[in-house]
Write a protein that binds this ligand. Structure first.
Ligand code: FAD
Ligand code: SIN
Length: 541
């Protein structure tokens, strides 16, 4: 592996790949991935990517839908900038080889999802992410300026303050310490610019649609290095994940509701119109809360999504992934409704950045789900995430091009070696596994769809104790990926709880039964963005 490069990209999902492809026009790129390149949230994306591609739609409508879903907390100038770039970034995807579904005359087939007032979701069947990821990966793998390093887990950012504690200049990122999971060796990798594209944090919760490595590593690393994070309480719950003894993580795409599937209760009654005029296609936070309320009201363990009236042929052709997955579990979706429940899905908060991915730390960018740009506000509009994963990397590279002569001359002093511990403990594995379960369960029970001040305080108290124990294991034992990730989910969980406790009232995804009203005056402290900077949480590890 090259120990030094121009751009060190941590993450090989859509945000990391889009950045790598564009930045390779400027300099050398190393892309780090903590598992195989195919493991990420991106290849799991089903519904599609939102962009204004038809004359029946307009930028203004897409902007309004995004603002409305975001419950008044989106940053309007960010929303406009992202939406207006949509068609150009879709063109990038097409140039990179993505073939979206289209009719015989090559007119794109657009679908709908919750909160969208028009058909504007481009898709490839119900496996849009898989196709996008495969095409971009193929482009990047044949690019001689891009090197991929798999199974390498970034542990912590290296900054100028670690090299020279009395350095009075602003914090600058020099690279990362990274664990080679095969050899167990920790290496220091340096770069002119380090890019956090580490994805989301669904694994902080017991039930999630996310892949197993969505442990919020980028957010935790950035926070530890001194960057601000924001709006962490807005963990979006997807309303419809499969509820089956053998699978509680598989997503049943919102696009199915976009094509007419209905949510039904135990008496086969369609219940969503009771909660919102858009029915099953209401914004995601509302649908998830309504399902939760129906489950509690009727005492059932799940609700059902009825797509049977769409017919076998249509379902097989338009939703092959979902059709076959359900069939493999004995559910014939053209004959019977699909059992579904909400699960943690998307982190709307993250590392604070501008429209160019710039964090508070010089030389450090954050992109994709790791970042909080202000686009999603208190609740992300469906299919806006993949779009953001394209727009911000594009902007970032444009800005770097303008400033490259200065960036090129940034020096990279040699970082101190990683402190080595080779002690192992037979009890360690059991304790670590227990702490994983405890955090994920307490987040699900106390910091889930409905929160209260008491539950949040209880969660904070428990997390403080668990983090103390983790610190002991992390500081005294051999560096191993399960402890590293455990430390990160604990930090992220604490950030979620701290933001939730800061927030006044209930808005978007965050619903506090003790303060159910939405804030009317956003100038009141705790009503707009909840921001955590260095020192605002108990600094344990
Ligand atoms: P990811 O694609 O998750 O990539 C993260 C990368 O970071 C991985 O390569 C991982 O190995 C690496 N990484 C993480 N930590 C480390 C570390 N410490 N060291 C080294 N590498 C690390 N959004 C839409 O817009 N439309 C959809 O239809 C849609 N459907 C979805 C369906 C599902 C089931 C899920 C889970 C999400 C869906 N989303 C959808 C959300 C969207 O897929 C993600 O937000 C987006 O793909 C995130 O891309 P990313 O590049 O930020 O992160
Ligand atoms: C889905 O297909 O329902 C997921 C879409 C998204 O998360 O944007």
């Amino acid at each position: 592996m090259k120990p030094h490069c121009d751009f060190l990209v941590i993450g090989s999902g859509l945000a990391g790949l889009a950045f790598a492809l564009k930045a390779s026009e400027i300099g050398s790129v190393v892309v780090l991935s903590k598992a195989e390149l195919s493991s990420a949230n991106t290849p799991m994306a089903q519904g599609g990517i939102a962009a204004v591609m038809s004359t029946a739609d307009s930028f203004e409508q897409h902007i309004q839908d995004t603002l409305k879903a975001g419950a008044g907390l989106c940053h309007p100038q960010v929303v406009r900038a992202v939406v207006e770039q949509g068609p150009e970034r879709i063109e990038d995807l097409i140039q990179w080889g993505v073939q979206f579904d289209a009719d015989a005359t090559k007119v794109l087939e657009l679908t709908r999802e919750g909160g969208h007032s028009a058909r504007r979701i481009l898709h490839v069947g119900d496996h849009t992410g898989l196709e996008i990821h495969a095409q971009l990966l193929q482009q990047a793998q044949k690019n001689p300026k891009i090197t991929f390093v798999e199974n390498n887990l970034a542990l912590d950012l290296i900054t100028n303050k670690q090299v020279e504690p009395f350095d009075m200049s602003p914090v600058r990122c020099l690279g990362v310490y990274s664990l080679n999971k095969q050899t167990g060796v920790v290496e220091s990798l340096t770069a002119k610019m380090t890019i956090l594209a580490t994805g989301g944090a669904g694994k902080v919760y017991l039930y999630t649609s996310n892949w197993g490595g969505a442990t919020g590593d980028g957010v935790a690393m950035a926070y530890r290095a001194g960057a601000r994070v924001a709006n962490m309480e807005f963990m979006q719950f997807h309303p419809t994940c499969l509820f089956h003894p053998q699978n509680r993580t598989f997503l049943i795409s919102e696009a199915l509701r976009g094509e007419g599937a209905e949510l039904i209760g135990p008496q086969s009654e369609a219940f969503m119109k009771k909660y919102h005029p858009q029915g099953s296609l209401a914004p995601r936070d509302i649908v998830a809360r309504s399902i939760d309320a129906e489950m509690k009201r009727t005492g059932v363990a799940c609700v059902h999504l009825d797509a049977s009236h769409l017919g076998k042929e249509f379902l097989q052709q338009r939703f092959p992934l979902i059709y076959n997955k359900c069939l493999s579990l004995g559910i014939e979706i053209h004959r019977e409704p699909i059992p579904v429940v909400p699960a943690a899905h998307y982190l709307c908060g993250g590392v604070v950045t501008d429209l160019f991915g710039q964090t508070d730390i010089q030389g450090l960018l954050a992109l994709g789900e790791t970042a909080c740009t202000g686009l999603h506000g208190a609740n992300r509009l469906a299919s806006n995430s993949l779009l953001e994963c394209l727009v911000i990397p594009h902007n970032a590279v444009q800005k770097i091009k303008e400033n490259w002569p200065q960036i090129y001359h940034w020096s990279t002093p040699r970082p101190p070696p990683w402190p080595l511990h080779d002690k192992e403990d037979a009890d360690e594995l059991m304790v670590v596994t227990h702490m994983w379960d405890e955090i994920r369960r307490l987040m699900w029970d106390y910091v889930g769809i409905l929160r209260s001040n008491g539950r949040l305080q209880r969660a904070q108290h428990r997390l403080a104790n668990i983090r103390k124990e983790i610190k002991h294991y992390y500081s005294n034992f051999k560096t191993q990926s399960d402890i590293v990730e455990l430390r990160n989910i604990a930090t992220v969980a604490d950030l979620v709880v701290s933001c939730a406790l800061q927030r006044r009232g209930s808005v978007g995804i965050h619903f506090n039964i003790d303060e159910p009203e939405a804030p009317t005056d956003l100038s009141v402290p705790g009503s707009r963005d909840s921001i955590l900077g260095p020192g605002s949480m108990n600094e344990l590890s």
